[in-house]
Ligand binder design. Structure first.
Ligand code: ADE
Length: 420
C-alpha cells in the first residue's frame, strides 16, 4: 500500500540512481523474491503499518518493498547516520514508502528521524540495534499499545532486548533474527568477512598482504573478518576476553595476544566486539606510525576517539572516510569512517546474496510475529527452526543444489537407542 505520509529525505531527484541499485540487488535475492510472491498472494500485512530501522541501502530498500507488497503501509529510517544512501531513499519515496532518513544527519536530526518513524504508529517493527524499541519504551510510550511485535537484526540489539525481557520491561514480543542459523552463520561470518574488507580496501586502496591485521573479538563476525584477512595474505592477530573463543582462534591458526601486545604490532585494526573502549589511549600510545583503525561493531564506541583526540596535536581528512590524527611524537594514526561500521559507512554492506537470507528471515519473522503475537507474549523469542530451514532450502534450490534425505531405516536408527 502506498503511503500518504510526508517523507524527509535529501533529494528526490536522485531516485533513478537509487532504482538501479535496488534492481541490481533484488536480481540477486532469489529467496526474498520467493517470499515477495507469497506475501503478494496472501496479502500477509494487509492494512497494517510497519516501521523499519535498518541500514538504508539497496538490499534494505528491497526488503521494505517486499513488506509493502504484502499489503503494509511502510515507514523506514536508517540505523546509522553514515549508512543511509540518499539515492535509495529517493527511489523508495517514489514507490510510495515513507522515508525518514538522510546521509550524515546531525545527532539531533538522526534522533528526530527515528522518532518520526515511530510516530507513524506502527503495528509491527523491524529494528537494527534496538533504537525503535528504545524510543517506544521511553519517550513515546503512548504509541506502544499499538505495536503487535517485531524482529531485531543484530547481536547488539538482541543484548538490549534480553536485558529488557529479563527485567520484565519489554512490552511486545520481539524475534531475535540474529540468532537464527541462516543469519549468524552466513551474514555475521561471510557477510561481515567480505564487506569489512571491501570497505577497508576501497577506502584505503592499500595492500593487505604481508601486513599485520589485529581483529578484536572472535565472535561470528570476528571469525569472518579474520578468515578473510588471512585469505588476503595478512598475518592475523586475534584479541579476546573469552577464554574459549581465544583457544578457538588459536586452533584456527591465528596468533592470540592481549591488546597491550597486539597494539605494538598491528598495521590494520578491526574492532568487532559490540563493546566500548576496545582501542583506547594506552593502546594508541603503543601503535606504529601509520596504523589504520576501523570498527565493524554496531555502535561507534569501540575505538575511543576522545582519548585518541587527547593524544593528537592535529586532525585532518586525508581521503574520503579517512581521518589522520597526528600525535605529539610525530606518529600518525588513521581512523576509517569516524569509527562507525566500516562496511556500511564506507561501503555498501554485505553482499546481496547474503542479505537475501538475512532479509528472508526478517520477512518471515515479521509474518510469524504478526500471526502469533498474542500467544508469544512480551518476550524475546528465536526464529522458529522451520523458518530457518525454509530459508536454507530455498537458498539451495536457487543455487541448483539438491541434498540427500534420510531413509526410513536411517531415521529409525537415529531414533533408537538400542540399535548400533
Ligand atoms: N545491509 C543492510 N543491513 C545490513 C547489515 N545489518 N549488515 C550489513 N549489511 C547490511
Amino acid at each position: 500500500m502506498r503511503t500518504s505520509l510526508q517523507s524527509v529525505i535529501k533529494d528526490p531527484s536522485l531516485a533513478p540512481e537509487g532504482r538501479l541499485k535496488i534492481d541490481w540487488a533484488s536480481a540477486h535475492m532469489p529467496v526474498l523474491n520467493r517470499i515477495r510472491e507469497q506475501f503478494e498472494r496472501e496479502q500477509s500485512f494487509k492494512g497494517l503499518r510497519v516501521a523499519i530501522s535498518l541500514h538504508l541501502e539497496a538490499k534494505t530498500a528491497y526488503l521494505a518493498k517486499v513488506v509493502q507488497a504484502g499489503g503494509a503501509e511502510v515507514a523506514i529510517t536508517g540505523s546509522n547516520p553514515l549508512s543511509t544512501q540518499d539515492d535509495v531513499c529517493a527511489a523508495l519515496v517514489e514507490d510510495g514508502i515513507a522515508v525518514f532518513a538522510k546521509y550524515n544527519p546531525t545527532p539531533e536530526e538522526y534522533h528526530n528521524l527515528l522518532v518520526k518513524t515511530v510516530e507513524t504508529k506502527p503495528d509491527l517493527i523491524i529494528d537494527d540495534g534496538g533504537d525503535l524499541v528504545t524510543i517506544l519504551h521511553t519517550e513515546r510510550q503512548d504509541l506502544i499499545s499499538n505495536v503487535r511485535g517485531g524482529a531485531e537484526e543484530t547481536t547488539t540489539g538482541i543484548l538490549r532486548l534480553k536485558a529488557m525481557d529479563k527485567e520484565g520491561s519489554l512490552k511486545f514480543p520481539m524475534v531475535a533474527v540474529n540468532d537464527a542459523y541462516c543469519k549468524y552463520l552466513f551474514d555475521n561470518r561471510y557477510g561481515t568477512g567480505q564487506s569489512v574488507w571491501d570497505g577497508i580496501n576501497r577506502t584505503t586502496n592499500l595492500v593487505v598482504a604481508g601486513k599485520t591485521v589485529v581483529v578484536n573479538g572472535y565472535g561470528w563476525c570476528g571469525k569472518g573478518v579474520a578468515m578473510r584477512a588471512k585469505g588476503l595474505g595478512a598475518n592475523v592477530v586475534v584479541t579476546e576476553v573469552d577464554a574459549i573463543k581465544a583457544v578457538e582462534a588459536y586452533m584456527d591458526g591465528f596468533t592470540v595476544l592481549s591488546m597491550d601486545e597486539a597494539s605494538k604490532v598491528g598495521e590494520f585494526f578491526v574492532t568487532v566486539t559490540g563493546n566500548r573502549d576496545v582501542i583506547r589511549g594506552r593502546h594508541i600510545a603503543n601503535m606504529k606510525d601509520g596504523a589504520i583503525l576501523s570498527n565493524a561493531g554496531h555502535f561507534d564506541v569501540e575505538v575511543n576517539l576522545v582519548e585518541l583526540a587527547e593524544l593528537a596535536v592535529s586532525k585532518r581528512t586525508v581521503r574520503r572516510n579517512i581521518e589522520e590524527y597526528a600525535l605529539k611524537d610525530g606518529r600518525r594514526i588513521y581512523v576509517l569512517a569516524e569509527g562507525r561500521l566500516v562496511n556500511l559507512a564506507a561501503g555498501d554492506g554485505h553482499p546481496a546474496e547474503i542479505m537475501d537470507m538475512t532479509f528472508a528471515l526478517q520477512a518471515l519473522s515479521l509474518k510469524y510475529v504478526n500471526d502469533n503475537y498474542a500467544s508469544i507474549g512480551n518476550r524475546v523469542v528465536n526464529v522458529p527452526y522451520e523458518l530457518d530451514e525454509q530459508v536454507a532450502r530455498t537458498k539451495l534450490e536457487s543455487l541448483g543444489i539438491s541434498i540427500d534425505r534420510l531413509t526410513d531405516e536411517q531415521k529409525a536408527y537415529l531414533d533408537s537407542w538400542a540399535s548400533h
